[in-house]
Design a protein. Structure first.
Length: 424
């Protein structure tokens, strides 16, 4: 009996030690465990929970909080790798400002559903800034373009992106051809839905070699770019200045002198932090040679991320571009902490940051999987039915007669809305 009790005590102590270790190593929001535990205990002991009144939330619920006039809010809609997975889409960041402006940085593969979960009218999501042209950074642009137009974006999609070292490697070339690739999709909607959102991309292309160059300046917001080092000539990083706050999005880049200089003292600085080389070998099945090249030269190793943040000294450093799992997060955090001891968020999808001059609040968003598009901000425009492209006689000849079962729906809608619509 005594032996069993001793075993139970040992197991219990081991379990508690493991939980404390995991808390300290896997927390991606502040990188510290003792503070969180202390805050939790203090909160429980300082006031008695009411059985009828709502308690303060420790998560963000979309469409539930006002944004203060002097505040930024950042959402991570994609933080992962080129191979998207249910837990993590590829790079996508939404920055909201207290003046009403919203800016999208990258639209990586699998990320379109994440922005839908934020319940923001698509008419407000019309400004996209691409760091470079890898699919994990613009692979869902077509989904945002078509889906957004269908769901209420009643204006062209504006896109800013770098030139390449050749015209064929630039943003304008890529988007002109993406629009052409969507010809069948767009033509099939002509004369059926509001046409305004399906206009060609409005592309602003800029010199990727520009250092601290202004590419956007409207409504008190200034966005600058600096060169990034990744894969080929062409990638850039973005710096947003507004209302005395500074936000930096690095995109994909090897640590460089431009980021070290112009991201310095940012309120929030995002920089890639790639999977560790050992995990590249064991989990991605890379050869050691490829893992070293990709994990430390094409991308930024965790230790190098930490060194860069020690130079930049942001109020909040944000690491992304890795699969955040129970057995990968600890090693990444540990390697970062060999070179950086400041505030740190290890990003994951649906993480949210509220940024003001006095505070940076980090939370996870809780979302509705059954979300529908929010209401349009303007009244839809009736389509010009004459623009509809008809079926060929061959296809029309294959239609089965369903008019008798569909007509009651026409009768119902015509009566309710005072219309005189007829079946084809």
């Amino acid at each position: 009996m005594i032996t069993k009790k001793r075993v139970l005590v040992v197991v219990s102590m081991a379990f508690m030690a493991m939980m404390l270790y995991q808390w300290g190593h896997l927390d991606g929001r502040e990188g510290k465990s003792s503070g969180l535990i202390g805050e939790s205990i203090a909160a429980e002991s300082s006031s008695k929970a009411s059985p009828v009144k709502a308690r303060a939330r420790d998560f963000y619920a979309p469409n539930s909080e006002d944004l203060e006039p002097d505040e930024m809010r950042l959402f991570a809609c994609g933080t992962g790798m080129p191979t998207a997975r249910p837990k993590q889409a590829a790079s996508y960041w939404l920055l909201e400002l207290g003046n009403g402006d919203k800016f999208i940085f990258d639209v990586g593969t699998g990320s379109a559903e994440r922005i839908a979960a934020m319940q923001i009218p698509y008419n407000y999501l019309d400004k996209v800034f691409l760091s470079h042209l890898h699919t994990d950074h613009f692979g869902d642009l077509d989904a945002l373009f078509i889906g957004g137009a269908l769901a209420g974006r009643q204006k062209p999609l504006r896109v800013w992106g770098p030139r390449g070292d050749t015209p064929e490697r630039g943003t304008k070339y890529a988007l002109e051809h993406l629009f052409k690739a969507l010809t069948w999709d767009i033509d099939g909607r002509a004369g059926i839905t509001d046409p305004r959102g399906y206009q060609p991309f409005e592309v602003t292309e800029f010199d990727y070699k520009g250092v601290n160059q202004i590419i956007y300046q409207e409504n008190g917001v200034t966005i600058r770019t600096i060169p990034a080092i990744h894969s080929l000539d062409g990638p850039v990083s973005f710096i947003v200045d507004w209302n005395g706050l500074k936000f930096v999005f690095g995109g994909d880049t090897y640590p460089n002198k431009w980021y070290a200089k112009y991201a310095k003292d940012a309120d929030l600085a995002i920089h890639e932090c790639f999977v560790t080389v050992p995990d590249m070998i064991t989990k991605f099945q890379f050869t050691p040679q490829s893992a070293l090249a990709v994990g430390t030269q094409i991308h930024t190793a965790p230790e190098a991320f930490g060194k860069m943040m020690s130079l930049v000294k942001p109020r909040m450093a944000v690491a992304y571009h890795f699969f955040k799992d129970f057995d990968t997060t600890g090693p990444i955090n540990d390697r970062i902490r060999t070179t950086y001891d400041g505030p740190l968020s290890l990003a994951e999808d649906y993480m949210a940051w509220n940024i003001s001059k006095d505070d940076i609040r980090v939370r996870m968003a809780i979302y509705d999987e059954d979300v529908w598009p929010p209401p349009a901000t303007e009244k839809p425009q009736l389509p010009d039915a004459s623009l509809r492209i008809p079926y060929s006689e061959f296809i029309v000849g294959g239609k089965y007669d369903m008019k008798d079962v569909i007509q009651p729906t026409y009768d119902e809608i015509n009566k309710k809305y005072g219309l005189k619509e007829k079946q084809d």
